[in-house]
Ligand binder design. Structure first.
Ligand code: GCU
Length: 425
């Protein structure tokens, strides 16, 4: 009981601290300190990258390794899907427009077991369709009003306004996030949607005793090591496991899988795309700090703030860079460059200063150097485009009017971007 009171007190103090940090946040471009970004095409030994081979065999792996060791954390071992069980499917979803499929991926190791529920909507009577894959925040049943979707039994962050109490969802949360998932538009455009609740892989709380992390612990280990995965890397790993499944799914064209995520899940999508070249396209919706935004700008959310409010998202080594961003051997433009030459879309919202739209744009712009080096167009804009004026090269970017959100407007651009790259439209 005493421990519990102390824990409660500590949580309040931390929350107060996080809020105070939010109040002292810089939102003014003029107050951004001078900074120098590492050049993505200069090797860590000072030499310039002069050939594709050196990019692919030396520079790219070195950058990837630095992100793994210093930012997101390494996955400590290998683990495949133990079993796939399809438990529901229908050809009559969305009033006969779509094929719906629900299945579980099981992961088993020693005494550890995890069940990950996958929900898919696919254009009907088609095989080999391109799909968008993305995590949802509160359970598969929240993305659309479809009573056939099973309510998640996983731990979910409390949200009494939609009936999520004691970390369990209720019927009340069905379709609560439907505005973020325009399933009908996606299907009508000829794409499928594959979605998974991110907490199935790792519940989003500072607790490493649950989710996927303990599968890899040695005896008496309670936490990942300093350079081992936090939650963002775990979620990214989960996306790759879903990709393992999609490679065996004849209804899906595994060569045209776009991985997408909003906010923290955008961070996960980027890290998944950087690690796993099977993702043909990567889409970051307002991923902000630790996602598409440059860390060195220290505007909006900073490394210290994110590490304080969400100590479980990154690896412990990332703490070294609190108020010390200039010491980071990498910055987020280099994360985006790891996706080259695959199509990459970065989206911001002008009401989302917390995620630093300017830093998201600049990271996309500086990542272009690698796209161009590899012989494709990067981002076709030198300056930040006007609000609601998307630009689309092999890198796409828009800043939408409105707040931090995943909206129909955002999806419409992703569909156009996919049409451009998959169908030459
Ligand atoms: C917080 C956090 C962001 C994150 C966002 C989200 O605002 O500070 O880094 O992107 O949550 O995931 O919604």
């Amino acid at each position: 009981m005493k421990n519990f009171t102390l824990l409660l007190l500590f949580s309040f103090l931390m929350l107060g601290y996080a809020n105070a940090q939010r109040e002292n946040v810089n939102y003014e471009e003029s107050k951004i300190p001078e900074y120098k970004l590492p050049d993505v095409l200069t090797r860590f030994n000072g030499r310039k990258v002069k050939s594709e081979k050196v990019w692919l065999k030396k520079q790219r792996p070195e950058i990837l390794e630095l992100f793994a060791n210093e930012v997101y954390g390494k996955v400590p071992g290998e683990l495949g899907i133990s079993e796939i069980k399809v438990w529901e499917s229908s050809d009559n979803a969305l009033n006969g427009l779509a094929h719906r499929k629900q299945l579980s991926l099981f992961f088993n190791k020693n005494e550890h077991h995890l069940e990950v529920n996958v929900l898919m909507y696919l254009p009907k009577d088609k095989e080999n369709v391109p799909v968008f894959v993305g995590y949802n925040f509160t359970g598969n049943h929240t993305v659309i009003n479809d009573p056939a979707i099973r309510l998640t039994e996983s731990w979910v962050n409390n949200n009494p306004s939609i009936g999520i109490i004691n970390n369990q969802v209720t019927e009340q949360s069905r379709a609560s996030d439907e505005d973020s998932w325009p399933v009908e538009e996606i299907i009508k455009a000829g794409y499928g949607l594959v979605t998974i609740y991110y907490g199935d892989i790792d519940p989003d709380k500072n607790d490493f005793s649950d989710g996927i992390h303990p599968f890899f612990y040695h005896e008496n280990q309670l936490n990942p090591k300093h350079n081992e995965w936090g939650s963002v890397a775990a979620w990214a790993w989960g996306l790759s496991k879903v990709m393992d499944y999609l490679e065996q799914e004849p209804l899906v064209d595994a060569k045209k899988v776009a991985v997408l995520g909003h906010s923290r899940l955008g961070k996960a999508a980027l890290w998944a795309g950087a690690n796993d070249p099977r993702f043909a396209m990567v889409i970051s919706n307002e991923s902000g700090c630790g996602g598409a935004a440059l860390s060195r700008r220290k505007i909006g959310e900073t490394v210290r703030i994110i590490n304080t409010s969400f100590p479980h998202w990154f690896c412990d080594n990332f703490l070294k860079y609190n108020d010390n961003e200039d010491k980071l051997p990498v910055d987020q433009h280099m994360l985006l460059a790891l996706i080259a030459p695959r199509p990459l879309y970065v989206a911001s919202a002008d009401g989302d200063k917390w995620a630093d739209p300017g830093g998201e744009f600049l990271a996309a712009k500086y990542a272009s150097a690698v796209y161009e080096f590899l012989g494709v167009e990067g981002l076709p804009a030198k300056e930040m485009p006007e609000v609601n004026q998307p630009v689309m090269g092999t890198i796409g970017y828009h800043i939408r009017s409105g707040k931090h959100d995943l909206t129909l407007y955002d999806w419409q651009q992703y569909i156009k971007f996919a049409d451009k790259h998959y169908r030459g439209k």
